[in-house]
Design a binder for this molecule. Structure first.
Ligand code: NDP
Length: 295
């Protein structure tokens, strides 16, 4: 069975695991990295080391890029633009949506197609069940390389706009980071009264689980409906009441001698909502505050 050849550019923890995964699935794999020594363990597993970016581009139509940012792609491939013609660059590096859109134009100007992506697992998750990648850019081009890319994780094409993959990626990461940082804040707060993280975890787990489920605490669904309808009933629990409660979280954190940055940010958002006339609405009205930044 002749599987499509793949080139991987960038051999940090992510790129190296991607190359390993392509090799393990039988794809002839060529690798290039700015620091050449990182290619050695992969060569030992059967990869071909390209001495230059131009050689790496020549080795396969499908070129998967995983570097620290988009600047790194220009640094690496900028001197090899003649070799870009006809290539499909699948860049899974982090960047701003605007950078991704500009990169799409840059690739097209050199006769290449760009598919942007945000991979939603850390290195050990690559190619494992549950791994998935948000892709954006030309769907037909992605479709041609579906079989090879599927080995990294499930494919979710979210639109033709090159910036979308990163917007989805950042949206997901923001939920991940803010939820876990809230858990750290909550644990630190309780810790000042001698409660261990392990004692608190079952309660925190219950909250996180219930938010996503259907039921009286299933606020993800309730909030979705409210944001879509742009109406935020607050008869039972008004934003005004919750803004006072949030004040108390800041006060408790301050009294306990821990950092107050995170609760203060929420307190400020809630307070602005009340000041802008959403006091009688529900918590969901904070969505309106977020959509309209403070002057
Ligand atoms: P890094 O983000 O640390 O990126 C390392 C890679 O970038 C190396 O190959 C490095 O080359 C290369 N690089 C950096 N600067 C340049 C440059 N100017 N020119 C050429 N190459 C450069 O490692 P990761 O593998 O962790 O992440 C890769 C991407 O994947 C990042 O964009 C990250 O946000 C994203 N990501 C990471 C996850 C993770 O859990 N690690 C999860 C999901 C996405 P050299 O070896 O020569 O330094």
């Amino acid at each position: 069975q002749n599987l499509a050849p793949v080139t991987v550019i960038g051999l940090g923890p992510m790129g190296a695991t991607m190359a390993e995964t392509f090799l393990a699935n039988g794809h002839p794999t060529t690798v290039w990295n700015r620091t050449a020594a990182k290619a050695e363990p992969l060569v030992a597993k059967g990869a071909t080391h390209a001495p230059t970016p131009a050689d790496a581009l020549a080795a396969a139509e499908l070129v998967v890029i995983s570097q620290i940012d988009y600047r790194a792609m220009y640094d690496s491939l900028g001197p090899a633009t003649d070799a870009l013609k006809g290539r499909v660059l699948v860049n899974l590096s982090s960047g701003s949506p605007a950078e991704l859109r500009a990169a799409g134009e840059w690739a097209a100007a050199h006769g290449a197609d760009l598919v942007t992506g945000g991979i939603m697992v850390p290195p050990p998750g690559i190619g494992k069940p549950g791994s998935y990648v948000f892709y954006s850019g030309p769907e037909d081009v992605l479709g041609r390389h579906r079989d090879a890319l599927q080995v990294l994780g499930d494919i979710s094409h979210v639109g033709e706009d090159h910036g979308l993959a990163m917007l989805y990626y950042q949206a997901q990461l923001f939920i991940f980071w803010s939820t876990l940082t809230s858990y750290m804040h909550a644990t630190a707060l309780l810790g000042t009264a001698g409660v261990s993280a392990g004692e608190f975890r079952p309660f925190a787990a219950q909250t996180v689980r219930e938010l996503a489920e259907d039921g009286p605490m299933g606020f993800l669904k309730i909030l979705t409906e409210e944001m879509e309808a742009r109406t935020y009933p607050g008869e039972l629990n008004s934003l005004r009441m919750q803004a006072v409660g949030m004040d108390h979280v800041v006060e408790a954190s301050c009294d306990a001698g821990i950092d107050t940055a995170l609760p203060s940010a929420l307190r400020d958002l809630f307070a602005r909502g009340v000041a802008e006339g959403y006091g009688d609405d529900g918590l969901g009205s904070v969505f309106e505050v977020i959509r309209k930044p403070a002057a």
